[in-house]
Design a binder for this molecule. Structure first.
Ligand code: C2E
Ligand code: MG
Ligand code: MG
Length: 586
């Protein structure tokens, strides 16, 4: 009964894989004697190893030895001209093995079939993977493009942005150690006004045109980008220093001139404007000596050079040098300290006397700011006023000096001393905001000062931006009783028209003008005519910077009324001023 069960089980095992009936599986014992044989095998052999086969690679004894020692294994043999592969494995009892024999050709067929199936699967998977890869790449490509555009393309000009510039500039500098480079910063000035006049769209188009204009003038090895607003930056490769201005900057200026005449006119028309605004450019150039300096720093230096151009009309290009750097650092130090210094009362008022040239009497004084620095000592206004005019802090300093002048006048009044007008300087930047008039009214009221004792010195440059507004401000101040004087006449772009148009009370001839013109006859004629003209226009004439008796004598002879200069006295502290000038005032 038990043997019957085993035989059934074994037969199932044997039929498990018989390679389409071309292979045979047997159950044999440890000697190779057949225990179970498939019905298809009609041979009468009783032992597997005694079937007259020829073993391949090993002898019969070796194969039998291997069969007895190992629980499973394979070997090859030849029989009736066919080659077979045999494979055995022990089953449940150490004396029973399953031995499978398959003709090699059949087995190879199976293997080939299996292989081709596998190949098909592999090919299908590969195609699928390739497709996924392609799709992924495409997607990545699209994302990469978007990321690239955000990171490196300037939205307005469609060209390089500052990030891209930084990277490429670094590459250019590193790859070309023998070539000479300059960092150039160029700005279209007063661009905000164009934005407002023509609208953002037209203004953006102008920026794009300008980028293209720059780019078209660059050769291989140079690169440009828009930095911000209407400022552009260029890494320019050059052969000779003088060529930068001659062949690049001048060319850009010529092309802009042409652009102003053509495209700007057109923009005016299309935006319904009856004006042809012009693009004006200013350039800052930094010649690069150390190529491994950070690009940012190179750019900053070009920018520093550009910023020093200010309002100069004919000088549109500045080169960076170390003096400039020192100046910038000095300015920075001043800016860091100025607010504290004002609160700490480090600024004070010096007074310089003015004398009546005809009578020799004290006619008044000019209040001049001085910074008494706790470490650096006395700092003259030329070191801080121009900077404060740039950064706006002059408003505060002016107001402080006006206050000190009012205090001074109020004190003299209280003492019952003879009063003289004190003139204070009013920076041109107050003109942008006529609240300064209210401040002056409040001040004079607070200190009980009669406005006729406060003379306001304005410079011609104050009316450059808006002559109408300037004229109105002067008119209001006069109506309030202030004395208004035109300071520094004869410098810059003084015009006789100004004398005609502006209702000033006093004309102050600049020191430089006096010094230079009265040396020769022609100059004397001009000075005499101006004094005569001003007197006829009911203006009081004041000559500044009188240093010699000769100058004083000449000015007196031509009818100039008042003189201010070292000949009469230098600006001094108020206490000293009172001691020297007011006590002796006749
Ligand atoms: P300014 O208003 O034209 O003042 C006259 C300047 O000429 C003063 O220079 C004065 O010291 C100088 N000066 C007068 N007589 C002579 C002379 O005979 N020889 C020479 N070499 N110089 C003479 P300072 O005090 O250095 O002021 C320079 C400029 O700074 C002033 O020119 C004015 O524009 C500005 N400033 C001074 N204080 C203030 C202020 O409180 N506010 C504003 N906004 N500007 C001020
Ligand atoms: Mg002055
Ligand atoms: Mg002056």
């Amino acid at each position: 009964m038990g043997a019957q069960v085993y035989a059934d089980t074994y037969l199932k095992i044997l039929s498990f894989n018989n390679y389409n009936k071309q292979g045979f599986s047997y159950i044999i014992d440890g000697n190779g004697d057949f225990l179970v044989k498939p019905g298809r095998d009609k041979s009468k052999d009783l032992n597997f190893f005694n079937r007259g086969m020829k073993f391949i690679g090993k002898s019969k004894e070796e194969i039998i030895g291997q069969f007895r020692e190992e629980n499973y294994g394979t070997f090859l043999f030849k029989q009736n001209g066919q080659r077979y592969a045999a494979c055995y494995a022990i089953i449940d009892n150490p004396d029973r093995y399953v031995m499978t024999v398959v003709p090699l050709s059949v087995m190879m067929l199976h293997i080939n079939k299996l292989l081709s199936g596998l190949i098909l699967i592999v090919v299908t998977i590969s195609v699928l993977l390739l497709f996924l890869l392609y799709y992924n790449n495409k997607l990545l490509g699209r994302h990469e493009k978007i990321v690239y555009e955000i990171a490196f393309v300037d939205k307005i000009t469609g060209g390089n942005n500052r990030n891209c510039f930084g990277i490429k500039a670094r590459e250019f500098l590193d790859k070309n150690p023998d070539k000479k480079y300059a960092m150039i910063c160029v700005e279209i000035t007063k661009f905000r006004a164009l934005n407002e006049l023509y609208g953002v769209e037209n203004a953006n188009k102008i920026l794009m045109d300008f980028y293209n204009l720059l780019n078209n003038n660059l050769q291989d090895g140079s690169i440009c980008a828009r930095d911000h607003a209407s400022t552009f930056v260029i890494l320019y490769q050059y052969d000779r220093e003088d060529f930068i201005a001659k062949y690049f900057i001048d060319k850009i200026l010529d092309e802009i001139e042409l652009y102003n005449k053509t495209s700007m006119q057109l923009t005016s028309k299309t935006s319904g404007m009856a004006l042809g605004s012009k693009l004006n450019l200013i350039f800052g150039v930094y010649l690069i000596n150390e190529k491994d300096e950070p690009v940012e720093q190179m750019y900053e230096r070009a920018n520093i050079a550009k910023r020093t151009i200010g309002n100069e009309v004919y000088n549109v290009c500045k080169f960076y040098d170390d003096n400039l750097r020192a100046k910038i650092l000095q300015e920075k130090a001043i800016e860091d300290e100025m607010v504290y210094a004002l609160a700490d009362r480090q600024f004070c008022m010096y007074l310089q006397p003015k004398f009546n040239l005809q009578t020799g009497e004290l006619a008044g004084a000019e209040a001049l700011a001085r910074w008494i620095h706790p470490v650096k000592g006395l700092i003259p206004p030329m070191y801080f006023i121009p900077l404060f005019e740039k950064n706006g802090f002059v408003r505060e300093v002016d107001k402080y000096i006006w206050k000190l002048a009012c205090e001074f006048l109020a004190e003299r009044k209280r003492e019952g001393a003879k009063l003289f007008p004190i003139s204070v300087n009013v920076s041109r930047i107050h003109m942008d905001d006529d609240k300064f008039i209210d401040e002056l009214i409040l001040l004079t009221r607070k200190y009980g000062v009669d406005t006729k004792y406060l003379e306001l010195e304005l410079t011609e440059s104050a009316c450059f931006n808006n002559e109408k507004r300037f004229k109105e401000a002067v008119q209001t101040l006069k109506e309030l009783g202030f004395v208004v004087s035109m300071d520094d006449f004869g410098t810059g772009y003084s015009s006789l028209n100004m004398l005609r148009n502006l209702p000033m009370d006093v004309l102050k001839l600049d020191r430089g003008f006096i010094k230079d013109t009265i040396k020769d006859t022609k100059g004397q004629i001009v000075t005499k005519s101006i004094i005569e003209m001003a007197n006829k226009l009911n203006m009081t004439t004041v000559a500044e910077g009188i240093e010699t008796e000769e100058q004083a004598e000449f000015l007196r002879s031509i009818g100039c009324q008042i003189a201010q200069g070292f000949l009469y006295g230098k600006p001094t502290e108020t206490k000293e001023f009172i001691e020297i000038f007011m006590k002796n005032a006749r």
